[in-house]
Ligand binder design. Structure first.
Ligand code: ADP
Ligand code: ZN
Ligand code: ZN
Length: 729
């Protein structure tokens, strides 16, 4: 039968693998890559056109019309659609939800809102009256802001200023009232940088740049350079090369690495249109940057994980800074790894890609060894500063006070007395990881998870770090009634308290997710560190990267042992990365640094390797271990997860799933087994691990699962998902 109306195929953001056909008004411009509003079941949703002029298998009278075409030109260009189709296939995730993940939140909604504060920037007024400025003598905040805006030379985005100067809204308004600055529109949410002079490269840097320049087409390069070796300068040189040819650059940084310092450095180097996708920008601003990049108006886009999906028609270079960072892997929904997607994107576009790190992921090192990536190494710091020495403090049979041993306290003291800064790293927030009964051994559990509650605020509150439950800390044991409850172990709060009592005259600042909950707090505390007001820093991962602490000369790491004996096979790798990154914070300028690791396992082979051979020595040993156990990068994994309120449902589902797999040969299936935390937020969790010696063996099974699993009767009782290349098991 003839169709009266043309049919289009739409990817819809629902947890179903198919795409869906709709009728569209023949008069409407509805190209592939444009968004449409459609009705799916009863819900109105935003989908993306993936094909036009479709000959539908569905009878015409069963087809529904699209409600509205939202774009008359494609939002996704062909190259990006191709990348996203690959992403959906590789991660075995529905295409509709994959496309929705790539879209900025504002473009996922049907309403195209125009916020009034959107795309606002500030610039200095050139001929401002001198009296106005003279009147600022008693307004240091305004002075500081004015100086920053003038230093930028061009308009600075409102969001960028807020990120750098918390609470800047009022002083900015005041400056505007005085006629010293004026609001300007930033087209497409983009900022303009100013041309700056790069430093003369060191010969090590120059060698790398020269070698990078000889590559053409798809050319993945790993730049393994110790912290402070000048990797960023190398990126900048290559960016300048590419920008000079009129092409665009995409710069990915991990969540913690995308600091105001990095953005400032970029802005004061390149006279280019820069789109920044950081967490302080509104949905509207992000959407504008996305569109401006797609229209070719942005020269540089810098952002975190999801920025990998920014459309860039003239893309000429991708940089993945701190490529080993865990934040590049999305932990739910579309479980993609931005570094791996970036590699695919660079390959499709036949352009160079730079992966940089002081501590490359073992997967990346393996690719470099196999000759798939060119491996560049920088073993010296650009400033000539010495790398800190890393040494152990054996804490077996030593008492700890708030997690700190006496030898560590004694090592810290001279640094503080010399006016330098000291950082204590512990990867656990809160006061203590458990509340424990001294008489019977009971410890306060979370009622919704198989995990103990973490003690917060000096024994006052219990918080579950897995589901967020909180309660008042009990004063008697729930099991035996004893009043001898003790907080076992230490978290950042307890360490900070112990340091305050040991060094009462020194300002201590705590950096963790709790203390940073308030917006702008991190920046404010970092400013106090930069000014030297804060001498002692206690913190989690948050302190491990991105920040320059000029006066930091001593680092203490309290909990390396956790990384040595975890069920997660990646735990030692993460431990080695964190230790190396944290150590890299010390002694950056002219002051030599030292790093002390507290451990009860001073003879552990991995620790010995790390100390003796640095991260490269460690990585060598760790890769040998992975090879012996056929774990990634020597084997390939996919994880099928399932969870439900009732314990047996996930197990039944996974067992049925396991039966669909033709086993034997080089494909193995482990499980179903309970997840390491078998119950979380009241749900029972289990998984099935697929292991293949070759990646090609894995994907046919996953393809089959994609169609079969949803049809299993047991699937109706669980929430399930496929995780390709899982990062945490
Ligand atoms: P990385 O990214 O490897 O940690 P950076 O590029 O941030 O290293 O450089 C570390 C420090 O050394 C920065 O303060 C930077 O300004 C400085 N630096 C880098 N390259 C040079 C150079 N060629 N000459 C002088 N200083 C440099
Ligand atoms: Zn008890
Ligand atoms: Zn819990």
């Amino acid at each position: 039968m003839e169709q009266d109306y043309p049919v289009i195929r739409v990817a819809v953001p629902v947890p179903l693998y198919g795409t869906f056909d709709y009728l569209v008004d023949p008069a409407a411009s509805a190209p592939v890559g444009a968004r449409v509003q459609i009705r799916f079941g009863r819900r109105p949703l935003v989908g993306v056109i993936v094909a036009t002029d479709v000959e539908s298998q569905v009878a015409p009278d069963k087809l529904k019309p699209v409600l509205r075409v939202l774009d008359d030109t494609p939002l996704f260009d062909e190259a990006l659609l191709k990348l996203l189709r690959w992403t959906a296939r590789y991660y075995h995730h529905p295409l509709g939800d994959t496309l929705a993940t790539a879209l900025p939140a504002a473009l996922r909604r049907t309403r195209t809102d125009t916020e009034s504060t959107r795309n606002r920037g500030w610039q200095a007024v050139a001929d401002a009256p001198a009296e106005a400025e003279a009147a600022l003598t008693r307004a240091p905040r305004q002075q500081e802001l004015l100086a920053a805006i003038r230093a930028a030379g061009n308009a600075v985005a409102h969001g960028t200023l807020l990120a750098r100067f918390p609470g800047a809204q009022r002083p900015l308004n005041a400056l505007a009232e005085r006629g010293l600055i004026e609001a300007v529109a930033l087209p497409g949410g983009l900022e303009t940088g100013t041309a700056g002079t790069p430093p003369a490269l060191t010969s090590d840097q120059q060698d790398v740049v020269d070698r990078l320049r000889t590559a053409s087409g798809f050319a993945p390069a790993l730049i393994e350079g110790v912290t402070g070796s000048g990797k960023t300068e190398i990126y900048f040189q290559r960016m300048a090369d590419i920008l000079a040819t009129g092409r665009q650059v995409l710069f990915l940084a991990p969540e913690i690495g995308l600091t105001p310092q990095l953005i400032d450095r970029l802005r004061s180097r390149f006279a280019a249109a820069i789109g920044v996708l950081h967490s302080q920008r509104s949905d509207g601003e992000r959407a504008d940057v996305w569109k401006a990049a797609g229209a070719g108006e942005a020269d540089i886009v810098i952002g975190t994980r999801s920025a990998i999906f920014t459309p860039m028609p003239r893309l000429g270079l991708i940089i993945v800074d701190e490529e080993h960072d865990g934040s590049y892997k999305q932990g739910d929904g579309l479980r993609y790894h931005a570094r791996d997607v970036a590699l695919k994107r660079a390959q499709d576009a036949a352009i160079p890609i730079l992966l940089g790190s002081a501590t490359p992921a073992l997967e990346t090192l393996h690719n470099a060894r196999a000759g798939r990536f060119v491996h560049h190494k920088l073993v010296r710091r650009a400033t000539g500063a010495a790398l800190p020495a890393i040494r152990l403090i054996d804490i077996r049979s030593r008492p700890l006070d708030g997690g700190l041993s006496d030898p560590l306290i004694n090592r810290i003291r001279p640094h503080l007395e010399a006016g330098n800064q000291v950082m204590i790293f512990i990867n656990r927030r809160g006061f203590a990881p458990a509340l424990f009964c001294h008489d019977c051994g009971w410890s306060a559990p979370c009622h919704r998870c198989d995990a103990p509650m973490t003690v917060h605020g000096a024994m006052s509150r219990l918080v579950c770090h897995h589901c967020g439950s909180t309660e008042k800390a009990p004063t008697v044991c729930a099991s035996c009634g004893s009043e001898s409850l003790i907080a076992l172990g230490a978290g950042t709060q307890r360490v900070a308290g112990a340091l305050r009592s040991h060094f009462p005259d020194v300002a201590v600042a705590r950096f963790d997710r709790d203390s940073m909950a308030r917006k702008g707090r991190l920046e404010a505390q970092l400013a106090d560190v930069a000014s030297g007001k804060t001498q002692l820093l206690v913190g989690t991962q948050m302190l491990a990267k991105g920040h320059d602490f000029a006066r930091l000369t001593c680092v203490g790491v309290l909990d390396v042992d956790g990384g040595l004996f975890s069920a997660d096979f990646r735990a030692t790798e993460h431990m080695a990365q964190v230790v190396t990154q944290v150590a890299g914070r010390a002694g950056r300028a002219d002051r030599p640094g030292e790093v002390w690791l507290q451990t009860r396992n001073p003879e552990h082979p991995m620790l010995v390797r790390l100390l003796g051979g640095g991260y490269p020595g460690f990585a060598e040993a760790a890769l040998a271990e992975r090879e012996a156990t056929a774990l990634p990068p020597y084997g390939h994994l996919a994880l099928l997860r399932a969870e439900a309120h009732e314990q047996r449902y996930p197990h039944d589902f996974l067992a049925a799933a396991a039966e669909t797999i033709p086993l034997g040969g080089e494909l193995a299936c482990w499980g179903p087994v309970p997840a390491p935390m078998a119950r979380r937020a009241g749900r029972y969790r289990a998984h099935l691990l697929l292991h293949a010696s070759r990646r090609a063996l894995l994907h046919p099974v996953l393809d089959r699962w994609q169609t079969q699993l949803a049809e299993l009767p047991a699937a109706r009782r669980v929430r399930w998902s496929i995780d390709v290349d899982p990062q945490d098991l």
